[in-house]
Write a protein that binds this ligand. Structure first.
Ligand SMILES: C[S@@+](CC[C@H](N)C(=O)[O-])C[C@H]1O[C@@H](n2cnc3c(N)ncnc32)[C@H](O)[C@@H]1O
Length: 355
């Protein structure tokens, strides 16, 4: 147990890093909601009907209380030595301001797509056949889908605004079940695969905890991997590959751990099953799978309405099916034993071990 002075210093350092960050992304969210309310008022009767749910929706005070609990847990994990004091690496001031500019200047385009329910702009003669059809959509109504450098540069700020600044703290909860299986082992002798690694945010936190752990990041987007390369350039012992979750170019039983964050809610049911089969194939016996994704119905009953509203406001064609998917049963079909689920604000960490 740390002495009171170093404990105090850790808490001050944690607050000094996280509070301004929270204020930055919460502020972006407030401005965004005002802009979109003003746009809806301007559009008046021509606007599409408002999203609707009969299920319970948490109010702001409940959301903020649950977010505070997440950050307390994040700090407790640091104090318990599960991972070091996190550095979020959002970038220098010029990068932050540039990302903010990219975010705000794109809002009218996102709004136009949402109002017109246009979500197939990235499916074109240039892209058709180069990626599966389900992938060639403007998920979240975002410009460029998963395909362009600008989309990759906007992604992190978009996600943090959506999660009120808590996305990285949610991601870090995936390190807890990794710590359980890595503790006391030589990290250089282990192998971890992060599937759908996007811009590499989870890999950065994994590297902060285990700098010499060999990590492969896999994603179908060249542009997102370019952004991940930029973001991860301070680290060695990693490799980023363009590939599909449902056809992983790695040998059977080669990985000690596999992580997958915010991907499964974006996969069609059939692809979810193929991906789980691939995860089971590449994991060693005893290997650990950590799936981190959205809450599902019933995980936090007071959030069920918010979950139902999400795909009405963002293009998320497979989210409704995700909300009722029985992951422990699906995983069991492939020899992956369910260990536990742990809710993390609007996210959920699902832990499995390969038998
Ligand atoms: C919502 S983002 C999540 C990114 C990242 N894991 C994070 O923590 O933010 C989904 C990512 O999965 C990738 N993706 C979607 N379908 C995929 C598939 N079938 N195989 C590999 N990557 C996929 C996208 O290119 C995108 O980078």
């Amino acid at each position: 147990m740390a002495d009171p002075i170093s404990r105090f210093a850790t808490r001050v350092a944690y607050g000094a890093r996280q509070l301004p960050r929270l204020a930055w992304y919460l502020g972006h969210g407030m401005v965004m909601r005002r802009l979109s309310a003003a746009e809806r008022r301007r559009a008046g009767a021509s606007a599409r009907p408002a999203a609707h749910t009969d299920r319970p929706v948490p109010d702001r005070s409940r959301l903020y209380a649950d977010m505070a609990a997440l950050f307390q847990r994040d700090l407790a994990n640091v104090e318990a030595g599960i991972y070091p004091l996190p550095a979020d690496h959002d970038g220098s001031w010029p990068i932050l301001l540039e990302r903010s500019r990219l975010f705000f200047t794109d809002l009218p385009e996102v709004h136009r797509r949402r109002e017109g329910r246009r979500h197939r702009e990235v499916f074109s003669p240039a892209t058709r056949g180069r990626r599966p059809g389900y992938y060639l959509q403007n998920f979240h109504f975002q410009s460029g889908g998963w395909l362009t450098p600008e989309s990759a540069q906007r992604y992190d700020i978009q996600v943090e605004v959506l999660f009120n600044g808590s996305a990285n703290a949610i991601r870090r909860q995936a390190l807890v079940p990794l710590h359980e299986v890595f503790a006391g082992r030589d990290q250089r002798q282990l192998k971890l695969l992060d599937v759908g690694c996007g811009t590499g945010r989870l890999i950065d936190f994994i590297k902060q905890a285990w700098p010499r752990l060999p990590v492969v990041g896999l994603d179908m987007s060249d542009s997102y991997l370019t952004e991940a390369r930029r973001h991860l350039r301070r680290w060695g012992w990693h490799n980023l590959v363009v590939a599909k979750a449902e056809a992983i170019p790695l040998p059977d039983a080669s990985q000690d751990a596999l992580t997958c964050v915010f991907l499964f809610h974006e996969l069609p049911p059939k692809v979810r099953r193929q991906a789980l089969a691939e995860f089971a194939r590449v994991l060693k016996p005893g290997g650990r799978l950590v799936l981190l994704d959205s809450l599902q119905y019933g995980d936090e009953p007071d959030y069920d309405g918010m979950l139902e509203l999400f795909p009405q406001n963002f293009h998320e064609p497979y989210y409704a099916g995700y909300l009722t998917e029985d992951f422990p049963a699906l995983a069991a079909e492939h020899g992956l034993a369910h260990v536990r689920d742990v809710n993390a604000f609007t996210g959920k960490v699902m832990v499995f071990d390969k038998r």
